[in-house]
Design a protein around this ligand. Sequence first.
Ligand code: NAP
Length: 491
Amino acid sequence: MIDLKEQTRLSLARPFQLLIDGRWTDVESGEALDVVNPADGGIIARIPAGGGADIDRAVIAARRAFESGPWPSMIPGERSRMLWRIADLIEARKEEFAELETLDNGKPIMMSTWVDVPASVAALRYWAGWCTKIAGETRAVDLPGEFLAMTLREPVGVVGLITPWNFPLMSAVSKLGPALAAGCTIILKPAEQTSLTALRLGEVILEAGVPPGVVNIVTGLGAVAGAALAEHGDVDKISFTGSTAVGKSLIGAARGNLKRLTLELGGKSPTIILPDADLKRAIPAAANSIFLNSGQICVAGSRLYVARERFDEVMEGLVKAAAKFRLGPGLDPATTMGPLVSDTQRRRVMDHIDSARGEGASIITGGNRVGDQGYFVDPTIICNVTPQMRVAREEIFGPVLVATPVDDPDELAALANDTEYGLSASIWTRDISAAYRLARKIRAGTITINTGSVAGPNLPFGGFKQSGWGRENGADGIESFTELKTVVTAL
Ligand code: NAP
């Protein structure tokens, strides 16, 4: 087990407050939430339980910063330098951010250190580059006379960013980056289970010189602080990442002022292994796709379809791969699979596994809680599943793979599409034409061929069907934080 760095211990010892209008401030109600270490159930900190009054204060500050503050009209290069500075400051405190993320979420320290923190830094630098590249177009006017017509891309206004707990810092940054680059002002509501890195990010944002009111951070319960933000009549847009159920509830909340909505929601993504696939690569990738981050990844390959002639070989390889995961507290550098984020999540995952048992499926490996401290569930593979079973239909968000042999390759697209979700899919074959044909037929936002998940700030990301509305990342991501205005001049 690593010893926490001095900086992390100091960071945990300081009180956590809300960031509103450039100042750290107490929550109006005086209420707080316990922050639980998922590796042992112990309480590591307390964070403010923000409510409607705090959201009101944050929205007033963000509105003032948008209407009369320097941020939206600041020269783009200056905004860019501040985003770059935020990235530099996170990098300078990378060990503290990684340790806080692991303590809070439970993920292996290797993952926080080599994925979450550097990817967040890289994403901020990517978004810094966009500040100087947001542009409109000139358009032809098909009327008598002489005109100059153009479009302008303007910031959408005050935006509410609501994020989940599986990649806390990365989720916050992937929304803050484009919102800041576009010139918006922000209220961030991180997940109640994992708010620590978002709060420390607030310190870095102030240190970077971002003006007061541009970024406000209100922690608290989703049903209280999140709902107040989503319903607020002076918020112009909500960008939400989380479950499909909560995403749907935001549609009603947005109705009052018709605020814009981007929804990044759940998934039940297929991994497809064709008979000619290179199994040396496909098996470890399929295992990582469902077991990394304890399966708490929206694009996790949670349904596996394998050509029947290779099914036994693939299962044997996957069981071996599952056995190699070393479960333990995330702060132990030898850990490759941490606990689930909370006791609620552990119960939800075990309930799915138990339902599969009850419905007659076969658990070929795993299927158990591990230890009686912390929220560990071992890597689980389930076979003999029918398409109607809950484990085959519902997002589990845990280390649980449902595997099915397939006789007829022509059925694959229909099997892959037999879900209400459409976030991603992965195809393994040496026949690239077959892969492309299948990729065209699968209704999902991201398709990978002969690789596991590949994501980054320049690759559009989002879902078909009930996996969401809109796209994050790249030009599409930045445009979602803008409004398009047409300006026509008669010459
Ligand atoms: P969740 O329960 O929907 O929560 C997501 C966020 O919404 C949290 O900050 C939560 O606050 C807040 N929230 C809850 N109820 C709310 C309400 N009524 N109004 C406004 N906000 C509310 O999801 P989760 O369990 O944290 O995350 C797991 C889900 O996220 C999975 O379905 C996963 O697939 C999805 N996800 C999707 C993507 C993607 O990009 N498509 C990426 C990652 C995760 P509290 O936590 O404080 O309650």
